[in-house]
Ligand binder design. Structure first.
Ligand code: ARG
Length: 403
């Protein structure tokens, strides 16, 4: 009988490299390593692929999911103005469902019955992997060596040295870092002390916002809620986000230092950088401010927040998230136009907006000549608007007196 096959989500780092021979032995299985390119940059993924083979994978592949990530994951996050706890642009949370999708496809292709990932038992990512798999490929079982076999860093280093695995154990950073096109997440190490300020070394997508330099100005064009052009030049989603990461990153835009509520119940210190994410959401929010009708806009803020929480909590593939997205998509019909952003000293500031679908009416808004707003209607409107609160206040007085 042929051996069972395990599809491993492979990053090229120490933990998932060690997992290859370990899983092969422990489960008496063949390991297929799959690395997903989400625009994380850094190491050449062909080198990563060869390393997986060097560690004993029977097959190793790299999936180029960069454009798919940008179009189907980052852009919906822009439409939802997605900031968990009003700050975190969901960098890691957006990537996991797409990784899961490609792992499930690889499992079919390689007739695997098991999927493996490198997450620990303390984080959100294990939930995102496994909740995603439960929805997309419920027949697959899951093994997470770091969590299920209590792997530690020291144990992994010793194992890699004993087996002479082709991985440099000395370069492992003191932080846990996850990065992709949408940004970077840095945690652990000295950041676990909430009083410690982040040091410049931990950043890589952004320059120090405190350094004096000239600012930059960019015009972002949206069509139906989706960014389509930078400074008038049409771009694919991947190109647009990459370019904006560079330009906003040069100005130190998108650094976030926060304490966050994890799904597993703990609070954790996280440092993020998401230059394009923060710039695009600022621009998109402003375009909504001029194109969404007031009640729709107010209601959408709650939907946006819920969408972000669902995605954070690992429920990308779930009915409520789909329903919220149907609402969000419906609201984006008129979110078309241009936003000018000034990028400087860590901030992305809106300085201009233009839209053919704008609800801003100059003649109604102006305090100058040509005002078309009929102020004579206001007095009666205000009176009726205030009536319920006035009646309640009168009642409170009356009841109190009767005590
Ligand atoms: N706390 C963030 C989240 O849950 C970032 C996770 C980063 N993952 C990592 N393996 N370092 O989305």
């Amino acid at each position: 009988m042929s051996k069972e096959r395990v599809v491993l989500a492979y990053s090229g780092g120490l933990d998932t490299s060690v997992a290859i021979p370990y899983l092969a032995e422990e489960l008496n299985a063949e390991v297929v390593a799959v690395a997903i390119d989400l625009g994380q940059g850094g190491e050449d993924l062909e080198v990563v692929r060869q390393r997986a083979e060097g560690c004993g994978a029977v097959a190793a592949e790299v999936v180029d999911a960069r454009e798919e990530f940008a179009v189907d994951y980052c852009y919906p996050a822009v439409a939802a103005n997605a900031l968990y706890m009003d700050r975190y642009p969901l960098v890691s949370a957006l990537s996991r469902p797409l990784i899961v999708k490609h792992l499930a496809q690889a499992a079919i292709k390689h007739s695997a019955t098991v999927v493996s990932h490198g997450c620990t038992g303390k984080g959100n990512d294990q939930v995102r992997f496994e909740a995603g798999l439960a929805a997309l490929a419920p027949h697959l079982s899951v093994v997470a060596p770091a969590r299920d076999f209590a792997w530690t860093r020291d144990k992994a280093i010793a194992y890699a040295q004993k087996r002479d695995l082709p991985i440099d154990v000395t370069t492992k950073s003191p932080y846990s870092i996850d990065q992709n096109l949408w940004g970077r997440a840095v945690e652990t190490g000295f950041l676990e002390d909430l009083g410690n300020a982040p040091i410049e070394d931990i950043y890589s997508y952004t320059a120090d916002p405190a350094q004096p330099r000239d600012g930059d100005t960019v015009v972002i064009s949206f069509d139906g809620g989706r960014p389509v052009a930078l400074d008038g030049e049409t771009k694919t989603a991947f190109e647009l986000i990459s370019e904006l990461n560079y330009r906003a990153g040069q100005q130190g835009v998108g650094r976030i230092d926060m304490v966050e509520d994890r799904l597993v119940g703990i609070k954790s210190r996280e440092v993020y950088e998401s230059p394009a994410g923060i710039a695009l959401i600022a621009a998109h929010q402003e375009l909504e401010n001029i194109t969404l009708e007031r009640e729709q806009a107010r209601f959408k803020r709650g939907v946006d927040q819920r969408w972000g929480e669902m995605v954070y909590d690992g429920l990308w593939f779930s009915p409520l998230k789909d329903s919220l997205e149907a609402f969000i998509d419906h609201t984006q019909k008129h979110v078309t136009g241009d936003i000018r952003l000034h990028l400087h000293a860590g901030k992305a500031t809106v300085t201009g907006r233009w839209s053919d679908a704008s609800l801003y009416d100059f003649d109604l808004a102006t305090y100058d000549e040509g005002d078309t707003f009929d102020q004579s209607h206001a007095k009666g409107f205000v009176e009726l608007w205030s009536m319920p609160a006035k009646l309640a206040a009168e009642r409170n007085e009356r009841v109190k007196k009767g005590e």
